[in-house]
Design a protein around this ligand. Sequence first.
Ligand SMILES: Cc1cc2nc3c(=O)[nH]c(=O)nc-3n(C[C@H](O)[C@H](O)[C@H](O)COP(=O)(O)OP(=O)(O)OC[C@H]3O[C@@H](n4cnc5c(N)ncnc54)[C@H](O)[C@@H]3O)c2cc1C
Length: 283
Amino acid sequence: MVQPKPLVKTISLATLTTLGVGGPAELWEVNTEQDLRLATREPFRVIGAGSNLLVADAGISERVIKLGPAFNDLRVYQGETDVWLGAATPLPGLLRRAANAGLSGLEGLLGIPAVLGGAITMNAGTRFGSMADSLLGLELFVNGRLERVSADSLHFGYRHSDLPTGAIVTRARLKLSRSSPERVTELMRQVDAARKTQPKVKSAGCAFKNPPGESAGRLIDLSGLKGLRVGQAMISLEHGNFIVNLGGAKAADVVELIKQVKQRVEVPLELEWRLWGFEQEVL
Ligand SMILES: Cc1cc2nc3c(=O)[nH]c(=O)nc-3n(C[C@H](O)[C@H](O)[C@H](O)COP(=O)(O)OP(=O)(O)OC[C@H]3O[C@@H](n4cnc5c(N)ncnc54)[C@H](O)[C@@H]3O)c2cc1C
């Protein structure tokens, strides 16, 4: 019998990232364990929704692995408080489903345009809660096979997880609690109201981590950097920690903006984004 193969094609990573910059790479869309084995035979990186990535204009030489539809389980049902879901499940849809089913726990992740695997890797969150708060366990593809680990073993912290090097999150076991659709929707409304205004144009979310006890956005704002522009990349006028692509921005423009911010803000700032395809220590 002929084995089905992963879908492989060359794409521009600008089309797979929310910031909309980045050059070419070979994309491997995988749906089975066998696909994962084939795809990981050569150096690779994993992409989720591409909402926390800055990719170099020259692209990257590694394969880019994307989990396909077999890892997208947009299914949560009323009363189901302990649920395994695929890592390609989009958070916004999951939150809607959970609200409709009267399941609580994920409301703090409202507005984060990630898929589950990316949200887990980054431990995405807001001041109302983070991904790790609802995580019981994970299925990882690591060292050529699938294995299950407890969430506790990954020592989640602020935008941080201790995933083993080269591990791909394939599924996650979430813990939810019974509530009602009305109550969950109301909590989501409160989170939405309290979240800072976010630019509607292309971005990759907050560029910098908040220094302890401070807001990176506030520091950038106080340094008078809102509106600073290099090419088509600009520090958002609405939110100092967002760099937006006004249309056709290059990664090189974004890098230059980041350098200027780091030089001009007195408190040391650490990037929250993951950088692909840059020389070590470019930033
Ligand atoms: C408008 C906007 C608002 C945002 N708001 C927030 C916010 O409020 N809070 C917040 O925390 N973030 C926020 N972000 C940033 C971003 O959504 C999060 O960092 C998110 O966790 C990234 O998930 P992703 O699926 O897009 O991952 P990607 O950006 O695709 O990848 C991020 C990292 O995770 C790795 N990765 C992805 N999937 C897997 C996997 N299955 N296995 C192993 N590694 C994997 C990638 O290799 C990469 O290193 C925002 C972004 C935007 C554009």
